[in-house]
Ligand binder design. Structure first.
Ligand code: TXA
Ligand code: MG
Length: 343
C-alpha cells in the first residue's frame, strides 16, 4: 500500500487496493474514484453521515444534490421507486454509461443525498474500476465530481489531489477520464423527459432511442425564475482566470480575439487561449470528443500558469459539443457575440 499523502491514501486499481477502498466506504469514509466522465467523490449512499462529509469536503452548497452510482441494474430498485418504463428502456440502452436519470427517490436513500428533493439522480458508470469498487462496497455510492466546489471537475487523480488532499480518506489512481465532461442528467419525473445538464450521452442519441424530441433546460436559470436543477444556479466549472467566450461566425471571431488579446496584454494581464485558431491555443480544430476530454485539464493548466484572461471560441453544439458549450457558458464571465465585419 502506498503511503498516505497528508492523510489521503493513494490507492491503485488492484483487487487488494479496491477492497481497502470498499472498507473505507463501509466505515463511513470518502473515496475519490475514476469514472469514464470525471472523478467522483464517493460515500455510501445509504449513510447520511458519510454523505454529509462529502458536502463538507467539497465545500458544496447544501441545496445541490448528488448522483447515486450503481454497479448492476437491479440495484436501481434500492435507490428509486415508481420507476417509469422509459427509465428501464434508457438504462438498457445507455448503462453502463454517462447518463444520470432523475427518478422518485426510494426510502433507503437519505434525503441529504438529494439535498431534500423527493427525487434522486442515478447512473451506472462505464468504468471497470468504478464498477468493481462499487460492487465491493456492497452499497450504491453517492458521488458528486471530486473537485472543490466551483473548481473545474477533475479528470485526473492529480486534479483530485490538488483540490482535496487531506480532506478525503483515499483516491484511486487511474488513467485520465476518457469522456472528460460529466454525465447527461435527464429528468424523468415530469410529463416529458428533460435534459437538465447535457453530457456524455448526446441529445441526438437520446432522441433516437426515445423516438421523440427532448428539450434541454437553459444552461443558467433566467432572472427571477427558480432553477430546474439546483446545480444550475451556481457558476460551475470555473477556472480562476476570467473566461471570455466568443460566439458568432468563425471568420469574424478571430479578429475580435486578436483585439481583445492586445487590449488585455496592454493592461499587463496574461492571456491564454482555449479552442481558438491562434498559435499557442489548446485544442483548436480537434474533434469535439477530444476537446471535451481535455477541457477541464486545459482550464486547470492555465490557472497554474497564472493566466488572467482565457479567450475561448464557441463550438458547434451538436453531439458532445452541446455539453462542451454548456460548460463554456457556465465558466464564462462574459459571452461576446460578434457579427461579420464588426471588428
Ligand atoms: O458524470 C457525472 O455525472 C459525475 C461522475 C462522478 O458520475 N458526477 C457529477 O456529479 O458530475 P455532480 O454532483 O458534480 O453533478 C450532479 C448534477 C448537479 O448539476 C445536480 O444539480 C444534478 O446533477 N442533480 C443531482 N440530483 C438531482 C435531482 N434529484 N434533481 C435534479 N438535478 C439533480
Ligand atoms: Mg460537479
Amino acid at each position: 500500500m502506498p503511503p498516505p499523502v497528508k492523510g489521503t491514501l493513494l490507492l491503485h486499481e488492484d483487487t487488494a487496493s479496491l477492497e481497502k477502498a470498499a472498507q473505507i466506504i463501509k466505515s463511513g469514509g470518502l473515496v475519490a474514484f475514476p469514472t469514464e466522465t470525471v472523478y467522483g467523490l464517493g460515500a455510501a449512499a445509504t449513510s447520511a453521515a458519510g454523505v454529509a462529509r462529502i458536502y463538507k469536503a467539497k465545500g458544496r452548497p447544501a441545496d445541490n444534490p448528488l448522483i447515486v452510482h450503481l454497479s448492476y441494474s437491479d440495484q436501481l430498485k434500492d435507490v428509486a421507486c415508481d420507476i417509469p418504463e422509459t427509465a428501464f428502456k434508457l438504462a438498457r440502452r445507455f448503462w453502463p454509461g454517462p447518463l444520470s436519470l432523475v427518478l422518485p427517490r426510494a426510502e433507503k436513500i437519505p434525503a441529504l443525498v438529494s439535498a431534500g428533493l423527493p427525487s434522486v439522480a442515478v447512473r451506472m458508470p462505464a468504468h471497470k474500476t468504478a464498477l468493481e469498487f462499487i460492487r465491493l462496497s456492497g452499497v450504491p455510492i453517492a458521488a458528486p465530481s471530486a473537485n472543490r466546489s466551483g473548481r473545474p471537475s477533475p479528470t485526473t487523480y492529480r486534479h483530485v489531489l490538488d483540490d482535496l488532499t487531506g480532506r478525503i480518506d483515499a483516491v484511486i489512481k487511474s488513467t485520465p477520464c476518457p469522456v472528460g465532461v460529466e454525465s447527461t442528467v435527464l429528468d424523468l419525473t415530469g410529463e416529458k423527459p428533460l435534459i437538465l445538464r447535457p453530457g456524455g450521452v448526446s441529445r441526438e442519441e437520446l432522441e433516437t432511442e426515445l423516438g421523440f424530441s427532448v428539450d434541454v433546460a437553459a444552461a443558467t436559470a433566467r432572472k427571477g425564475e427558480p432553477p430546474l436543477s439546483p446545480g444550475m444556479k451556481y457558476r460551475h466549472y470555473s477556472p480562476q482566470a476570467k473566461l471570455i467566450l466568443i460566439s458568432g461566425p468563425a471568420p469574424a471571431r478571430l479578429p475580435l480575439i486578436k483585439v481583445l488579446a492586445a487590449h488585455y496584454r496592454s493592461l499587463g494581464l496574461k492571456v491564454g487561449y482555449l479552442n481558438t485558431a491562434l498559435e499557442g491555443s489548446l485544442r483548436y480544430g480537434v474533434a469535439p470528443e477530444q476537446l471535451a476530454a481535455g477541457l477541464y485539464d486545459s482550464m486547470r493548466r492555465m490557472d497554474r500558469q497564472g493566466v488572467d484572461i482565457i479567450l475561448a471560441e464557441e463550438v458547434d453544439a451538436a453531439g458532445i459539443g452541446l455539453a462542451v458549450m454548456n460548460r463554456l457558458k457556465k465558466a464564462a464571465a462574459r459571452i461576446l457575440r460578434v457579427y461579420p465585419g464588426q471588428v
